[in-house]
Write a protein that binds this ligand. Sequence first.
Ligand code: G
Ligand code: G
Ligand code: NA
Ligand code: MN
Length: 254
Amino acid sequence: LLAGALSGGSPAAAGFEVFYQPIVRLSDRATVAVEALARWTDPVAGPVHPDVFVTMAERTGLVSAIDDFVLNQACADAQALAERFGRPIAVHVNVSAGRLGQQGLEDAVDAALTRHAMPPARLVVEITETLRIPDLPRAAAMVERLRARGVRVALDDFGSGYNALAQLHGMPVDTVKLDSTLTDVDTAPDRAGALCRSVLAICAELGITVVAEGIETDERAAALSGLGCPLGQGYLFGPPARLADLGQTASQPG
Ligand code: G
Ligand code: G
Ligand code: NA
Ligand code: MN
């Protein structure tokens, strides 16, 4: 089903869409970026959960078709997003880690930026690690080439996967996205608090900014902000939504 949807040509015609979720500054909840997230409604089976179709697509080698669709749509929407939030904001896209060793990623990024006249600094590539990064030095070289263009790079789901510290050691990323399983600093202040403080200290020393994921309550947002975490993402600030529905409930600065 998925293969048919993606090999046939237009992912949009096959029921793929892009949703956006705000990434906010915790100090004042201003939206500074959005993460673009793929959504798929199978014409027959109905909505399919992203974890399901992303995993299926990774197994069958089709995930780059999804990633490229989202990348292109996100660049196409960048201007409308800026208007929506009243300022230029960065757009995060997910790229499966397995793709980092492949030239195709750079070509796809260059093509999307050029096609939509998007400033490279507005794009953040999130390395999503559902599969182990097969060749870290090779991935690191790709990260360096993306950054040489001015594109920023983030490590997604940091702390929940393989070799988190080795990735941080090997890859010169701009941003770490702290996995939602580690951000419960309000309800587990001793353990999660110690972990978050330590990750924030490491990242500060490396000049890396941090986004805390999965923030659903004011208590958690306040606790993370109190620890010095600069940025956050989660249902508290807004769920992933269509462009047209964005910013209706999320708090706006001023
Ligand atoms: O945000 P949500 O729960 O819908 O996403 C589930 C998972 O699917 C997340 O881990 C997210 O990173 C991944 N995902 C969503 N969109 C994309 C995409 O365009 N490409 C890749 N590779 N993963 C994505
Ligand atoms: O792995 P990545 O960070 O790319 O995935 C983002 C996923 O997390 C999306 O599927 C999104 O729907 C989900 N998500 C975003 N905010 C929250 C939240 O506050 N709570 C939970 N449980 N999931 C969230
Ligand atoms: Na992810
Ligand atoms: Mn992500």
